[in-house]
Design a binder for this molecule. Structure first.
Ligand SMILES: C[S@@+](CC[C@H](N)C(=O)[O-])C[C@H]1O[C@@H](n2cnc3c(N)ncnc32)[C@H](O)[C@@H]1O
Length: 328
């Protein structure tokens, strides 16, 4: 099939000064709760994105290589089944696994456009530049945007869409918000689009815990970087060395929690908010949940969001799943 667009590359940003407000609102809301908490999207400044890429290469972090393996085995079938001409990737990051899908679409002669969407401006620009050079005939429209707030800014479809949401990022949403978010994807998919959802699966807790407590300490650096972000963006004075990384599997809720624990009492001032916060010794700040899925949980979440699970693809050890879903 001939490319249906003239090849163009552009990056549009929907994050501006108001989005520092989002961090400000999240810090004000999260640091004044009984269990202090900040949402994980604030991890991903330029350094946080680099650290996440380093995590993906760690021996303990089975998720990335397993998801890549599943994609490599099934990309051709996924492309044939969906007849997709464009990829709209949510939380694309450095999109290393996306190449597998783009290659399969290029091979099938259907690849017209790639739309990476991420809060990290550096990664969206880098991916747009890199991929535009590698796939002749493919247009790129990068969106520096928050997928929870800016999906209405996606460009009009150019044909059937495949919407990869990889890396287990869906697990970062608590259950109710997760279903609401999945429901919002219906409009993005349209009548002939497919969601391609990567989910980490429930398994032996020690395997999961090892992935978030790597021996090189990269996940700890990634977690602690959040305090550097708040210090820099909101003029806070967190003593980052006074916090330690904590990650554990909550067996009842079947999710990982990452936290930062104050090793000593600490008084923190957040200048931009005129906010003073106290941490007691050993008090924890929750920075991420990462839900692990069973087929039932996945099907239930999709159904509650008006989506139908079409196929769930896993690796031989059933560590991870990549699922195709569409509007029910
Ligand atoms: C766990 S990483 C996954 C990256 C990549 N998809 C992968 O599979 O390796 C999550 C990605 O989503 C992005 N992200 C997190 N929250 C976001 C939000 N609310 N809107 C847009 N991007 C977000 C982060 O910047 C990061 O690149």
């Amino acid at each position: 099939m001939e490319p249906i667009l003239e090849r163009t590359v552009e990056v549009r940003s929907h994050l501006g000064p108001n989005d520092e407000r989002t961090l400000a609102d999240d810090v004000l809301d999260g640091l004044t709760r009984p269990l202090k908490e900040l949402p994980p999207k604030h991890f991903y400044d330029a350094l946080g994105s680099e650290l996440f890429d380093a995590i993906c290469e760690l021996p303990e972090y089975y998720q990335t290589r397993t998801e890549r393996l599943i994609l490599e085995r099934h990309a051709e079938d996924i492309v044939a089944r969906t007849a997709a001409v464009e990829l709209v990737e949510l939380g694309s990051g450095s999109a290393t696994k996306t190449r597998v899908l783009l290659d399969a679409m290029a091979q099938a002669g259907t690849l017209a456009r790639y739309v990476p969407v991420d809060v990290s401006a550096t990664t969206v620009h880098a991916v747009a530049d890199l991929f535009a050079g590698e796939y002749p005939g493919m247009s790129v429209v990068g969106l520096v945007a928050d997928f929870e707030r800016h999906l209405a800014h996606l460009p009009e479809p150019v044909g059937p869409r495949l919407v990869p949401f990889l890396g287990g990022t869906i697990g970062n949403f608590p259950p109710g918000t997760r279903r609401r978010f999945l429901r919002s994807l219906g409009k993005v998919l349209g009548p002939d689009g497919y969601l391609l959802l990567g989910t980490d699966l429930v398994k032996e807790p020690h395997v999961i815990e090892a992935a978030y407590n790597d021996s090189a300490g990269v996940t700890a650096q990634f977690n602690l970087n959040l305090l550097h972000v708040v210090n820099r963006e909101l003029g806070a004075d967190f003593d980052v060395d006074g916090f330690e990384h904590v990650a554990f599997f909550d067996r009842e809720r079947e999710w990982i929690e990452m936290r930062l624990r104050a090793t000593e009492p600490q008084h923190v001032r957040v200048a931009a908010l005129d906010l003073e916060v106290d941490f007691a010794a050993r008090e924890e700040l929750r920075t991420e949940i990462s839900a692990k899925f069973t087929p039932e949980r996945l099907r239930g979440d999709l159904e509650a969001a008006g989506l139908e699970l079409v196929e769930m693809l896993t690796d031989p050890d059933e560590l991870f799943a990549v699922s195709l879903a569409r509007i029910a």
